[in-house]
Design a binder for this molecule. Structure first.
Ligand code: HEM
Length: 380
């Protein structure tokens, strides 16, 4: 497709699909393309359903103020105060402690499913702690967050109701937490949200809860999947794994290469706000585009021999798994740190770690993507 139809209309996705590195990067930076309000799908349902799903719509629309470019930019400015390199790096001992605790418990049980026992609870505990939420409720966050992410998977009517159920349960738990934290502010995201924004506007409790839910969804699922994808790639490439084990300074580049080779987010969607042309193809205002990050990351014009996994690849840092441009991932520094702690610890502590199942347990997720449902391993 990248070669023969780089701007392709997919009936199944009801979108234009862009697959070349150049086009995907240009689209990510193009101010004429906006993020897609997934929630707009509610408008296609009967009026009674729309009414019943109003709480879901309200919460989702508040996420990062993404619907309003100006407010979104202010939101990003606010967050940048928190996601400084120093602040993120300060999380290292905490991440290590959480990971060690999870691994010790799994070793005591005698079996490890890296996805279920390690990557998912690790990613969730880290993001909940960084947001300033009580980490004792991680099981609740995991359950609800997994329901909510159904929505991101272009869910049907039933999934939207399931998603709302998760959202309401989480809101019910988080509202009193936020009210309590108004009285005891901390140096975390909640503390930042409670300060007035640069316009002097105060976020309401409901608005802050919506941001917390956003972090519990977007900061967790992606990270957990990326850790599992990366480990599976190392299982499949013994030589690269040996190089990484003997020289952990290669980890930052190796992580970019893992993201390039198999990123957790295979595609993002955008909507054309005006009529535009890409490679002589007319795209009409209101039409949606699927930007295939996975295809861009394997484009031979940007990454020579793209199907080779090479942890010292020079161009690895150009991968677009976090995207680029105004909506790119806000938490990538944290994700990178989690990956460093995770891979270093696993490679050091379990030199003979190996998959238990002959075939990886992939399931499809989002347009064009897949994730590991389980990742059972053997260790000595
Ligand atoms: C390896 C792990 C991760 C991957 C692959 C990933 C990937 C992405 C992608 C592809 C986007 C969408 C960008 C777009 O539409 O252009 C995104 C957005 C976002 N990510 Fe991440 N992410 C990861 C980890 C995290 C973490 C740990 C956090 C927070 C602690 C986080 C917070 C966010 C937020 C808040 C947004 C929304 C940005 C916005 O609205 O402007 N992500 N991420």
């Amino acid at each position: 497709m990248r070669q023969d139809a780089p701007v392709h209309w997919s009936q199944q996705l009801e979108s234009w699909v862009l697959t070349s590195y150049q086009d995907v990067c240009a689209a990510l930076r193009d101010p004429r393309l906006s993020v897609v309000e997934e929630i707009k799908r509610i408008e296609t349902l009967p009026a009674s359903d729309q009414l019943a799903l109003a709480p879901l719509r309200r919460t989702f629309t508040a996420w990062g103020d993404r619907g309003d470019p100006e407010r979104h930019a202010l939101f990003l400015k606010l967050l940048k105060r928190h996601f400084t390199p120093q602040h993120v790096e300060a999380q290292r001992p905490r991440i290590q402690e959480i990971l060690d605790r999870l691994l010790d418990a799994a070793v005591r049980r005698g079996e490890i499913d890296v996805a279920h026992d390690i990557a998912h609870p690790l990613a969730m505990t880290v993001v909940a702690g960084m947001t300033g939420l009580p980490t004792e409720a991680v099981d609740l966050y995991l359950r609800c967050s997994n329901h909510i992410s159904q929505l991101l998977e272009m869910g049907d009517r039933d999934q939207l109701f399931l998603c709302q159920q998760g959202m309401l349960e989480l809101s019910g738990f988080l509202m009193p937490v936020v009210a309590r934290r108004r009285r005891e502010r901390g140096a975390d995201l909640l503390g930042i949200f409670m300060e007035a924004d640069p316009d002097g506007v105060q976020f309401s409790d409901e608005h802050i809860v919506a941001q917390c839910i956003m972090f519990l969804v977007v900061g967790y699922h992606t990270t957990a999947n990326q850790l599992c994808n990366g480990l599976q790639i190392l299982f499949d490439h013994a030589e690269e794994r040996a190089r990484l084990t003997s020289d952990p300074t290669l980890l930052p580049n190796a992580f970019d290469e893992m993201m390039r080779y198999h990123g957790a987010v295979a595609s993002v969607r955008r909507m054309a706000m005006v009529d535009l042309t890409i490679r002589n193809q007319q795209i009409r205002a209101g039409e949606t585009l699927v930007l295939a990050l996975a295809a861009a990351n394997r484009d031979p014009s940007a990454f020579p021999a793209p199907d080779r996994f090479d942890i010292t690849r020079e161009e690895a840092h150009r991968q677009v798994g976090f995207t680029i441009g105004p909506y790119s991932c806000m938490g990538q520094a944290l994700a990178r740190l989690e990956a460093q702690v995770f891979f270093r610890t696993l490679l050091d502590r379990f030199p003979r770690l190996r998959p238990r199942d002959a075939t990886p347990d992939w399931m499809s997720f989002r347009p064009l993507g897949r994730e590991l449902r389980t990742l059972r391993v053997l260790f000595d």
